[in-house]
Design a protein around this ligand. Structure first.
Ligand code: AMP
Length: 545
């Protein structure tokens, strides 16, 4: 006969809510003097440490509380990577307010949309974005206050604003962090959709902390107290892939590059600060390797680089591994996944394989981490085998994966609870996932999204255009660039130049297709939709001049 555990004996472990403030309080208490180094706008370096960041973050919280900001209120940040931004993150999230990181590279209309959609109450920005803030302010009625990450003397005066330093100096009083349900919202990040407006992903404290623990496993980001980590990935891109949290929980020194991501600046920072591990998108690493090759320089302290956000070419892997002895680990994920899902650390079999095999596997998107469920399915939803050949829709599930977009009334997951990533790929017998295609109609150029659908809709507005398709073509530096494929109306003519001129001013300059090509008949699928798969194969080798 079973003897049930009495209810008062069933839960005998301590309640310890997984709230993000714990990462910083841990760092301040146990690694308080570990440095956090920031590159400032003028190029100089500024140094602080976790203890000081915690003190200032509490002052930031006090200032927010004094102004009536409370749990769930959204505070936007429009800033590059630096210690004040980290301070604001924790100051905001510690009291249960929501840190909405805004990507300054979006267009004004997108920024206005997301700030209004989030109903942000404050905006904390870098001084360099003052002209942008000035344009946004009249269109964002929910914004009550602008704070600039600077001292009093540098604070812009063309619109009402307060300097971060002044705000913190005036703040006082005890601040309690945490002390709320771990399922409370902590951070908000918008991601571009194929069509329509960007969508908000609202992370909870629990999802952020579980993501931190997930990526801290040995085969993943795995920062340690002997590491110095350089977060190239911007803090406005999905929690900087969780690096500030992982650095704080592990006591890694944290180096933040500000806005300077050119080869010379990144090299100088890596060498000067003896960076051991870094993370960022391929285009930044491409610039660094080009700079190193040109000046015959070597990386002396760096051991590991995590490359993700776009596929990592083999040339980049070879450049790091062969020329600099730096291990490359590819990461795949997305905003909806907090973001990391798979990472490419080798299994025992791959580690023991020959160099060519290891290279081939490093170029795959990696193995799923504990804490993420991964499956591939066919078009009808049937789960496919892990044979490394049959590609399917890559779907994920987990405690740091989205269930529903912010403000939506419908779940973003299927009946089985899996979220469809919009990526297409295979999984092999060793568990390595490899992306082979993308179902979502977007192009990722230098880590930022370009909507093919938006360009197509504009292009068909030209009187000579019958059908327009925009597909990604490979590019050495930016990984992908848009190619505009046109089927002209019968009897009409138009030159590539004419079509590009037609788009000018309607889209951002960096969205401009690299080339325009004409086809007699646009390939169409069974339902009459543009068959981009065929186009991608047709123009796989295409390079723009
Ligand atoms: P984002 O939400 O902006 O982080 O973009 C996520 C998307 O970027 C994924 O769905 C993929 O399409 C792409 N992506 C991210 N990491 C990789 C990678 N390692 N290789 C190829 N594509 C990637």
């Amino acid at each position: 006969m079973s003897t049930p555990i009495p209810p008062d004996q069933a839960d005998l472990m301590q309640p310890w809510a997984l709230t993000v403030d714990r990462a910083l309080t841990h760092a301040a208490r146990w690694h308080g003097d570990r440095a956090v180094v920031s590159r400032l706008a003028d190029g100089s370096l500024s140094r602080t440490n976790y203890a000081e960041i915690e003190r200032r973050a509490r002052r930031c919280s006090a200032a927010l509380l004094a102004a009536g900001i409370g749990q769930g209120d959204r505070i936007a940040t429009l800033a590059m990577n630096h210690a004040n931004h980290v301070t604001a993150w924790f100051g905001i999230m510690g009291i249960g307010a929501v840190c909405h990181t805004v990507n300054p590279r979006l267009f004004d209309e997108q920024l206005v949309y997301i700030i209004n959609h989030a109903a942000d109450r404050w905006l904390m920005a870098d001084v360099q974005f003052a002209p942008l803030v000035e344009r946004l302010l009249p269109q964002c009625p929910t914004l009550e206050r602008v704070v600039y990450f600077c001292g009093e003397a540098d604070c812009p005066t063309t619109h009402p604003a307060v300097a971060f330093d002044t705000l913190l100096a005036a703040a006082s009083g005890p601040v309690v962090w945490g002390d709320f349900d771990e399922h409370s919202p902590a951070a908000l990040c918008y991601t571009s959709g194929t069509t329509g407006h960007p969508k908000g992903v609202l992370y909870t404290h629990r999802s952020q902390m579980l993501h931190t623990l997930i990526i801290q496993s040995r085969d993943a980001v795995a920062l340690s107290a002997v590491d110095t980590v350089l977060s190239i990935v911007p803090m406005f891109h999905v929690n900087a892939w969780g690096i500030p949290f992982a650095a704080a929980t592990s006591g890694a020194r944290l180096v933040l590059p500000g806005a300077r991501l050119d080869g010379a600046s990144v090299y100088e920072l890596i060498e000067q600060e003896r960076v051991t591990v870094s993370a960022g998108v391929p285009s930044v690493w491409q610039l660094l390797l080009e700079y190193l090759a040109k000046h015959q320089l070597r990386l002396s302290a760096m051991r590991r680089v995590i490359i993700g956000g776009s596929a990592c070419p083999e040339s980049l892997i070879r450049g790091f591994q062969d020329d600099h002895g730096v291990d490359v680990i590819q990461a795949w994920g997305m905003t909806e996944m907090s973001p990391i899902g798979t990472m490419g650390a080798p299994t025992e079999r791959i580690a023991a394989a020959d160099a060519a095999t290891r290279l081939r596997y490093t170029a795959k998107q990696g193995r799923v981490l504990f804490g993420v469920d991964l499956q591939i399915t066919d078009d009808d939803g049937a789960v496919l085998a892990h044979d490394g050949h049959m590609p399917g829709h890559i779907q994920v599930k987990g405690p740091a994966v989205i269930r529903r977009y912010y403000g939506d009334d419908k779940d973003a997951v299927g009946a089985d609870g899996f979220f469809d990533s919009g990526d297409i790929g295979t999984i092999d017998v060793d568990g390595y996932m490899e992306i082979t295609d993308r179902a979502k109609d977007l192009i990722k150029s230098g880590g930022e999204w370009i909507s093919s659908v938006e360009i197509e809709n504009l292009a068909v507005g030209h009187p000579a255009v019958q059908l327009a398709a925009v597909i990604a073509i490979p590019h050495v530096r930016w990984r992908e660039r848009p190619l505009l494929v046109i089927q002209l109306k019968e009897g009409k003519t138009a030159s590539p130049k004419e079509l590009l001129t037609f788009l000018e001013g309607k889209i951002a300059r960096w969205w401009m297709p690299d080339a325009v090509v004409f086809v007699e008949h646009m390939p169409l699928g069974a339902t009459g939709k543009l068959d981009k798969k065929t186009l991608r194969v047709q123009f796989a080798e295409f390079t723009a001049d």
